[in-house]
Design a protein around this ligand. Sequence first.
Ligand code: ATP
Ligand code: MG
Length: 511
Amino acid sequence: MTRLEDKNAVEMRGITKRFGNFTANDQIDFDLKKGEIHALLGENGAGKSTLMNILYGLYTPTEGEIFINGEEVKITNPNVAIAKGLGMVHQHFMLVSPFRVYENIILGVEPTKGMTIDRKKARAEVEDLSKRYGLQVDPDAYIANISVGMQQRVEILKALYRGADILIFDEPTAVLTPQEIDEFIEIVNNLADQGKSIIIITHKLKEIKAMADRCTVIRRGKKIATVDVEDTSTEDLAQMMVGRQVELTMDKEEKEPGDLVLEIKDLTYTDERKVKKVNNLSLDLHYGEILGIAGVDGNGQSELLELLTGLRHVDSGQILLKGKNIANCRPREIQEAGMNNIPEDRQKRGLVLDFTVAENLILENYGHEPYSKKGILQEDYIQNQAIELMEKFDVRPRKPHYKAGDLSGGNQQKVIIAREITDDPDVLIAAQPTRGLDVGAIEYVHHFLLEQRNRGKAVLLISFELDEILNLSDRVAVIYEGQINYITKRKDTDERQLGYYMAGGGQDGRE
Ligand SMILES: Nc1ncnc2c1ncn2[C@@H]1O[C@H](COP(=O)(O)OP(=O)(O)OP(=O)(O)O)[C@@H](O)[C@H]1O
Ligand SMILES: [Mg+2]
């Protein structure tokens, strides 16, 4: 911790934020030292984003004071925050897709030459910054064509270009692949070495251990503690955050899989740009097993998922569910045939943010009994059902009439998961099922997936989290360039071996 100075870059004192009669932040004290990497940890809905949105001027606190570099400031909007040297990278990037990288970075603060924008100067400044902080970007590329990792670097450069010394990241790694996460950790360390002060919200305890100096834990709107990360184990962090012991790994009994339930045969899909995203892919799934699909993002996982769930048309090949070909059937028919999914892109396909939680929970079933009878919605039944599901999945606050858009990110995820698995499907496809969830909620979802398997149901788990795959799966397949590059029993493999195949290993000797 040698780079830490003993001066505070940020000090928040007694911050309280109420939404109506709900208290999202309750008398929170928080400080960030100059040059520090400070993690903010807490369950879904604990109040982390709220606290940081207050610091960045997106919300005004109901009570409390904020000091930046020792000076008290009223941060009434983000422009004030930026002027005080703050920068924030949100989980959902706010870039303009049809623009180039460097145009996005200078947007709104363009250098000018007479009446026109000095593009040459702008480009040079961007290149300079990117070199200085080791943030590799292609200044001329269009946002629409670059990876999520690079988009994030663009967001960071945008903040640095505006002179930020204090950077706030809200769940920066939730959307990154393991490789990109390693790069991100390096970037953050580099920024801190150059004197920047950094706040990171994350649910991933391993990341906190890998990069943070201190960690502040928030539970239900209250600050629990600020600890030195070096002296605190991941188990302790989890316990502080949830208030009870959490199982970070699952115990799983060996089990013989049952009969074949899903048979994917020579599946092929070519996208708009004529790229074979799914290339003659074959895979079997049995009752009573969890089959994990590991792979680096962009190797056909999303397309495979969309083919299986009826959101895209296959070029050729078959998807046999209990012997019946469901390729090119409509999503509804596939569900009725016994296969459901936890969708990957839960912002786009997940919730209607303007609808209540109860409405969202019955989104696909409201036309049926018992939710409606003779065309009349059964409000009492729906409310009770909603409360039961919210309890089971610990959706907070337990208010079925709340607008889905007012729930915290993680609680929105829980609503979708609760909805998708109530039908008790024979085959459940779980795509990135724990992205954005806190460790307590992850424990619940993992338990649930194992329970499905133990009851003889089949689970296809698609995840970028190798830990998750290794923890849960009976068999593991690696997808690479639209094909299954490797498949094995879980007990016969490990992280290193899977990493090798995820990077395309073993391809040379083929054919
Ligand atoms: N605009 C709003 N109106 C009403 N309630 C809100 C609003 N914004 C947030 N809340 C509530 O405040 C609480 C804290 O939300 P916040 O987004 O800060 O949680 P979080 O710790 O970031 O959770 P997550 O890890 O799930 O992102 C939640 O219960 C949420 O429902
Ligand atoms: Mg949040």
